[in-house]
Design a protein around this ligand. Structure first.
Ligand code: PLP
Length: 397
C-alpha cells in the first residue's frame, strides 16, 4: 500500500468543482489585485479566528515580516522565538536586521518553554514570536503576562494552527498579531502561496494594509517604505471556498490522530507514558522512558490544549532514522519536521551558538517523525501505517 504524507488530489476530487468555479469567477471578472474576493476572504478568516481584522498577504513568511515591519523592528532590536520551527520564523526576524534570540522548547508540546523566556529578555527585546507547532497552541498566558510587564509585542506564528484553541481562545486572537500561512500543505491551503495577518487592533490593521502596498497612503504618497505583500485574488477565492470545509477536515485529522493512538497500543508497540512524572519535567530533560523499561519508547503526540488541529502527527523515537527508512520500504511516506534547529543553521552561525545550547530542540530534531494524518486518510491506511511499524520495530537498530 502506498500512503503519501499528504494527498491533495484526494481533497481536490472532493471539492474541485467549487474551487474551479471560484477561480473562474476571478478570471471572468479580470480583477486579480485586491477587490471583493480578497475582502471576502479577509472577513471570513477574521470571523473564523475570532479577530476584529484580517489583512490578506502574499505568504505566511510575509505575514511575519510585515508584522515586524509594522512595529518598526530592525537593527539593534531582539526578538525572542523558538529554534525548533520552520525557517521563516527566525528568517523574518533576521531579514529586518533584528536579532533572533532563541528559547528552547518544552519536550512534550514542542512549543516554546515559557519558563525560560524571562531570562532572555533584555533592554533590546522588542517582541516575542511563539510558534504554535504542528497545530497545537503554545502556552500564551505566561507569554502575554511577560509582554505586558516588559512592553513587548506578541506575534503568534499560527501558520500551522488555524482554528486551534487554548483556554477558549483561537490561534491568532490573543497576540498583537496572528500570522497564518495558506501554503498548500497547511490545513487550509491555497493553490499557491498566500497568507493572512489577523489582529484585534484597528490601528495595526491599517498599518499592515498600507505596508502591503509599498506603504502608500493615499496611492503614490509614501510616508513609510512597504513592499508588495498582497494576497492574490485567485488565492483568496480558493481559500474562501476551502474554509467552509476546514472544520470537517480538522475533525477528520483528529479522528486519525485518535486512531493512531489506539492502534499503537492495540499492536503492542512500546508507547511511552507521557503522564509519567519523568515526562512531566520542565527542567531540561527529554521525555524519558519510565525507569526500568530499557527498550526504546515511542512518544505519541500529547494534546495539552483545548483544540489541536493536527497539522502534523509527530511521534518521537530514538530509532527514528531506521524507522523512517523501513516505512519508506513499506510505501509509507513520512517527514522530519525539522532536522536542523535554527541555532545550528549555517546562516545563523553569526549568532555564535553551539551544539548543546538548546538540548530539547536538538533532541526533537533527532527523534521526531511525522506520519500521514491528512483528512482523507482512511482507517485502513492508518492501520497499515501502524502495522508496518509493528512489523519492522523489533528489527530496527
Ligand atoms: C509554513 C510556515 C511558515 C511560512 O509560511 P509560508 O506561507 O510558507 O511562507 C511560517 N512559520 C511556520 C511555523 C510554518 O509552518
Amino acid at each position: 500500500m502506498n500512503i503519501p504524507l499528504l494527498d491533495l488530489k484526494a481533497q481536490y476530487r472532493a471539492i474541485g468543482s467549487a474551487i474551479d468555479q471560484a477561480v473562474l469567477e476571478v478570471l471572468k471578472s479580470q480583477q486579480f489585485i485586491m477587490g471583493p474576493k480578497v475582502q471576502e476572504c479577509e472577513s471570513a478568516i477574521a470571523a473564523y479566528s475570532q479577530c476584529a481584522h484580517a489583512v490578506g498577504v502574499s505568504s505566511g513568511t510575509d505575514a511575519l515580516l510585515l508584522c515586524l515591519m509594522a512595529e518598526g523592528i530592525g537593527p539593534g532590536d531582539e526578538v525572542i522565538t523558538t529554534p525548533y520551527t520552520f525557517f521563516a520564523t527566525a528568517g523574518a526576524v533576521a531579514r529586518t536586521g533584528a536579532t533572533p534570540v532563541f528559547v528552547d522548547i518544552d519536550p512534550i508540546s514542542y512549543n516554546i518553554r515559557t519558563s525560560d523566556i524571562e531570562a532572555r529578555i533584555s533592554p533590546r527585546t522588542r517582541a516575542m514570536i511563539p510558534v504554535h507547532l504542528y497545530g497545537q497552541m503554545a502556552d500564551l498566558g505566561p507569554i502575554l503576562d511577560l509582554a505586558e510587564r516588559h512592553k513587548l509585542i506578541v506575534i503568534e506564528d499560527a501558520a500551522q494552527a488555524i482554528g486551534a484553541e487554548d483556554q477558549g481562545w483561537r490561534a491568532g486572537s490573543r497576540g498583537h498579531y496572528g500570522c497564518f500561512s495558506f501554503f498548500p500543505s497547511k490545513n487550509l491551503g491555497a493553490a499557491g502561496d498566500a497568507g493572512m495577518v489577523v489582529t484585534q487592533d484597528a490601528e495595526r490593521a491599517m498599518r499592515l494594509q498600507r505596508l502591503r502596498v509599498h506603504g502608500a497612503h493615499p496611492k503614490y504618497y509614501h510616508e513609510v517604505i512597504g513592499g508588495n505583500f498582497r494576497l492574490d485574488a485567485i488565492q483568496a477565492a480558493v481559500v474562501t471556498v476551502k474554509l467552509r470545509h476546514l472544520d470537517a477536515w480538522t475533525e477528520a485529522r483528529q479522528q486519525n490522530a485518535a486512531r493512531y493512538d489506539k492502534f499503537f497500543r492495540e499492536y503492542g508497540l512500546p508507547v511511552a507514558d507521557t503522564s509519567h512524572p519523568a515526562n512531566q519535567r520542565r527542567g531540561g530533560s527529554s521525555p524519558v522512558a519510565p525507569p526500568g523499561e530499557g527498550e526504546p519508547q515511542i512518544f505519541l503526540p500529547k494534546v495539552t490544549t483545548d483544540r489541536h488541529i493536527f497539522n502534523q502527527y509527530v511521534i518521537r523515537t530514538a530509532r527514528r532514522d531506521a524507522l523512517r527508512e523501513a516505512l519508506q520500504k513499506c510505501g509509507v511516506s513520512t517527514e522530519i519536521y525539522y532536522p536542523v534547529p535554527m541555532h545550528k543553521q549555517q546562516c545563523f552561525a553569526y549568532l555564535g551558538h553551539q551544539t548543546g545550547d538548546f538540548p530539547e530542540s536538538e533532541a526533537a530534531a533527532a527523534e521526531s517523525l511525522a506520519l500521514p494524518i491528512y483528512p482523507e486518510l482512511i482507517e485502513a491506511q492508518a492501520r497499515f501505517v501502524v502495522q508496518s511499524i509493528r512489523e519492522c520495530w523489533d528489527t530496527l537498530a
